[in-house]
Design a binder for this molecule. Structure first.
Ligand code: ACO
Length: 401
């Protein structure tokens, strides 16, 4: 039965589903997720295999265009991105307007939106080739904005990339190059970053991705839709959880490392505290990304020779939660954000930048979902409501109220 017939048969019946827990918003061929079994696949390829064998740019291409690129396709894609890797100098003035204390997610969302003004043709999606231009443009410029957001925070001069480097290596350099010093290429850090970006690259219809799709469904351009997605990601119940996890772990450490106390707080319904990095709307089993990240955290810290007491606190919390009836009953397992911050911290990335790193990883997923939505010609997203307010009542003049 098509939707028009269904509406006429049901009299336009509305299903009420706060948080869209059981409402599908679209058909999608991008990411498969089985939350009961803990399976995640991009375009049919398992996340475990991609994290081990692919690099982030290949995964970006796969998500956006549906197939892994061959050598020529990858090289053209990368070269097209390189061609667009400058950001208008005027954009620096916008960045200058922010106080140093500004949260980098707010900065990133604003700068992404501001990019529209400097790239007005980016709203043209009249053909796939026009769409392609916008896609490579944002894949090129977004890392520059990410690096600028971090350099601003650290009081470092703003820089551009080095086109001779790999995509992620270039991002690393833009973020970490110190003035008047040779760039110290750290392969362990670059590989770890690459893997984290792959693990964050898409996760079907989560809050930020649904935001990108719904904003894009009004035919707002790609950059404006992405800017909205960044804002949605910022919240601590979504991408902002990675910052919240690290702050929680630091607080536990400062408080003497008593994990049991915080477990009790998380279970106390009169206390708003939640164990950040635990639980997921879809995964009711282990988040497969958390498994890979936990292993990676051990390896990266080992390879970099870092001993971080926070990693031990995290492992302790996980062990306790896995044995605790409250967490078992509610199927609350560590999610992608639980261990990622420990790696970011080991790489020298400030805590406030963690969600920005998530956005950097999620960028190809958002682009892929936006592109799919536009190519499918999906209608404008417009949920319904069940009105529970006052019935009709007469207006009362101000002096009679
Ligand atoms: N700590 C303690 N209790 C929790 C937690 C937690 N982290 N997460 C869920 N619960 C409890 C709830 O209190 C609720 O208990 P109840 O049934 O007794 O009322 C039950 O588990 C179900 O929780 P909901 O909030 O209804 O689950 P929902 O699917 O709406 O929320 C969410 C999922 C937002 C991820 C939630 O688990 C949470 O707040 N986690 C902490 C924040 C976090 O880590 N977010 C990152 C998610 S991953 C991502 O977006 C990248």
């Amino acid at each position: 039965m098509d939707i028009k017939t269904l509406r006429s048969v049901t009299g336009g019946m509305i299903t009420l589903d706060p948080g869209y827990k059981n409402t599908g918003s679209c058909e999608s061929a991008i990411t498969f997720l089985d939350g009961e079994k803990g399976i995640l696949r991009y375009r049919g390829y398992s996340i475990e295999e991609l994290a081990e064998k692919a690099d982030f740019l290949e995964v970006a291409y796969l998500l956006i265009f549906g197939e892994l690129p061959n050598k020529e396709q990858l090289s053209k894609f990368h070269n097209d991105i390189r061609e667009e890797s400058h950001v208008d100098e005027e954009m620096k003035k916008i960045l200058d307007g922010f106080p140093k204390s500004a949260h980098p997610m707010g900065v990133l969302s604003s700068l992404t939106s501001a990019l529209v003004a400097f790239n007005p043709s980016s709203v043209d999606v009249s053909s796939e080739s026009e769409m392609y231009k916008s896609i490579v443009r944002i894949l090129a410029k977004f890392p520059v904005l990410v690096a600028w957001a971090m350099r601003k925070k650290k009081g470092l001069p703003l820089d551009y990339g080095d086109d001779t480097l790999g995509y992620v290596e270039n991002i690393h350099k833009m973020m970490f190059k110190r003035p008047n010093k040779e760039y110290n290429k750290n392969k362990i850090a670059i590989d770890a970053l690459d893997k984290l970006l792959i693990l964050h690259a898409d996760h079907e219809q989560n809050c930020s991705t649904s935001t990108v799709r719904i904003v894009g469904s009004s035919h707002a351009g790609l950059f404006a839709s992405l800017s909205a997605g960044i804002s949605a990601l910022w919240g601590p119940l979504h991408g902002g959880a990675n910052q919240a996890v690290l702050e929680m772990l630091e607080a536990i450490e400062a408080d003497g490392g008593d994990t049991k106390k915080y477990m009790a707080k998380a279970k106390d319904k009169s206390d708003p505290f939640r164990l950040m990095g635990f639980g997921h709307r879809v995964y009711k089993n282990f988040d497969p990304r958390a498994k890979i990240i936990k292993k990676s955290a051990d390896e990266v810290l080992g390879d970099l020779g870092i001993e971080d007491p926070i990693l031990e606190i995290a492992k302790g919390l996980e062990k306790e939660a896995l044995e605790d009836q409250y967490f078992v009953d509610r199927k609350l397992y560590p999610n992608v954000d639980f261990y990622s911050g420990i790696i970011y911290r080991a790489l020298g990335i400030p805590t406030e930048m963690f969600t920005v790193m998530f956005a950097l990883g999620r960028l190809p997923g958002w682009i892929a979902q936006w592109r799919e939505m536009r190519l499918n010609g999906e209608p404008i997203g417009r949920p319904r409501q069940v009105y529970i307010g006052e019935n009709h009542r007469p207006f009362v003049a101000v002096d009679l109220r």
